[in-house]
Design a protein around this ligand. Structure first.
Ligand SMILES: Cc1cc2nc3c(=O)[nH]c(=O)nc-3n(C[C@H](O)[C@H](O)[C@H](O)COP(=O)(O)OP(=O)(O)OC[C@H]3O[C@@H](n4cnc5c(N)ncnc54)[C@H](O)[C@@H]3O)c2cc1C
Length: 452
């Protein structure tokens, strides 16, 4: 039977990056990708990556004319429900064709020594002594079994390996349903001749809509996302279209896709197993973007896995455990806080959202200027916000329920962040930690319960 150190399930951006980083560390890696070589699992064309992330992770450098590069821009602004009080953010971003860029990332992994099996679908684990010892793949040629010490599930939303783990193996096996997903609709539109080209993004958090550049400088991508289904996204887009005036446009095409929008599994690791990327729900709260977020975790997985596999060792749950704490410290704690905050921040009416934007409460310059990392407010800033919340209530601009939702969400976010900071350093104590986390998340509520 063939044997590898690591089987990576899924050759999307996460799997390709992980495979590259593991191979660069001298490990024998096979990527099993169920689609063909030139195909990718997601159905949309353009995605955004920050130029800082491309440099940080030494990703293929996109260049004009190379097939992957579509456009570049820097600067974006978020607007209130009535399209006012812009809150700018900076940072250079490249718009990339997803298929071509994924192929470039796969090529990098191949050059580093990772092997790829295309048209090969993960169908199940092989166990020895109750621990993962390999996997079964299915392809047009038939079924194939292989040995490996670590299976890394990078299969995206289907979470093909994670969801088939035996109950109690150590990683949650939930499947992603409509309450866990954001349904995104992208309209590729053309604006009239002579109009101002779209050179940055504008977003309207109240409707969860945005306008971004596209490869055609005369056009734009109008995006909207909502929980539960595309019909909810379309309703939000209708409300947005009535409230916000855009230049008249011609609709060229529509793309749809889903992105995870829920808390990640409490632990990413078990004996001979790790879960990454969309399969681990690592998208950035607020935007649903997951490519760069996943790389933060993948880098940690590569480092810890290399140490865990050293000298032919079996990568037990204990040896892989540092992946959890290191990810929480690098990003997971802030994301948990942000996810809880957003549920309260996006509650309320359009008029209330207008007031919050105008008075720099929650939707503040500081929040949007530091979208990449976490944001914390000084005592003076919190006092000022508290004052304006009070004045807003007295002046009839904010309802008590909206203020309650905002303050409640901020408190829950802090509690969650504190709890994540206390993640156990070893599997001992994990069950009690997870039970408490479950209670905190239940009280934080869900975006899926919001009605626009
Ligand atoms: C419309 C839309 C726009 C987005 N825009 C952005 C953006 O601008 N920036 C950003 O960072 N993120 C964006 N995202 C999110 C981003 O697409 C995902 O977070 C990212 O692609 C996740 O990468 P992944 O490799 O973890 O999963 P995927 O890209 O889903 O890759 C998983 C791979 O696993 C394969 N696979 C699945 N099952 C199996 C199996 N059983 N066996 C073998 N292989 C399998 C699939 O074929 C696929 O190739 C957007 C999402 C949507 C829907």
């Amino acid at each position: 039977m063939e044997s590898f150190d690591v089987l990576v399930v899924g050759g999307g951006t996460t799997g390709s990056f992980l495979a590259r980083r593991l191979a660069e560390r001298g490990l024998r890696v096979l990527v099993a990708e169920k689609e063909g070589e030139g195909a990718i699992g997601s159905s949309y064309d353009i995605f955004h990556l920050g130029t800082k992330d491309i440099a940080r992770w030494a990703l293929p450098t996109p260049r004009r004319g190379d097939g992957a590069w579509a456009f570049e821009f820097s600067g974006s602004a978020a607007y209130s429900a009535l399209g006012r009080h812009p809150k700018p953010s900076s940072g250079a971003v490249v718009g990339l064709h997803k298929r071509e860029y994924t192929v470039a990332m796969r090529r990098r992994a191949g050059e580093a020594g990772a092997a790829f099996a295309y048209g090969a679908e993960f169908r199940g684990f092989l166990f020895e002594g109750g621990r993962i010892a390999g996997a079964r793949l299915e392809s047009a040629e038939g079924s194939r079994e292989l040995r490996c010490r670590l299976v890394a599930d990078c299969s995206g939303i289907p979470s093909a390996a994670r969801t088939t783990l035996p109950e109690g193996y150590g990683v949650e096996t939930f499947a992603l349903g409509p309450r866990d997903l954001f349904y995104v609709v992208l309209r590729y539109v053309a604006y009239p001749e002579g109009g101002t080209p779209v050179t940055g993004t504008r977003s309207w958090p109240f409707y969860k809509t945005w306008e971004a550049p596209q490869a055609d400088p005369k056009g734009a991508i109008l995006g909207v996302g909502a929980s539960l289904g595309y019909d909810r996204a379309e309703r939000a887009f209708e409300l947005f279209s009535r409230a916000i005036e855009l230049p008249p446009y011609e609709l060229r095409r529509i793309e749809r896709g889903t992105t995870p929008y829920r808390r990640p599994p409490y632990s990413f690791v078990a004996d001979g197993f790790a879960v990454l990327g969309d399969a681990a729900c690592l998208t950035r709260p607020g935007s649903g973007e997951g490519c760069a977020s996943a790389l933060v975790q993948a880098e940690i997985v590569a480092e810890v896995a290399q140490a865990a596999l050293r000298g032919g060792a079996y990568p037990s749950r204990e040896l892989l455990w540092p992946i959890n704490g290191r990810y929480i410290e690098a990003q997971g704690r802030e994301y948990a806080g942000l996810l809880a905050t957003l549920v309260g921040a996006t509650a309320g009416s359009a008029e209330e959202n207008e007031y919050l934007f105008a008075r720099d409460i929650v939707f503040s310059r500081k929040t949007f200027a530091s979208l990449d990392g976490g944001v914390s407010f000084t005592a003076a800033e919190l006092l000022r916000m508290g004052l304006f919340l009070g004045l807003g209530f007295l002046g009839g601009k904010l309802r008590a329920s909206t203020i309650g939702a905002l303050i409640g969400a901020a408190k829950k976010a802090e509690l969650l962040k504190e709890h994540y900071a206390a993640f156990p350093a070893s599997p001992r104590g994990y069950e009690a930690w997870a039970d408490e986390a479950e209670g905190l998340w239940a009280s934080a509520g869900s975006m899926a319960d919001q009605v626009l």
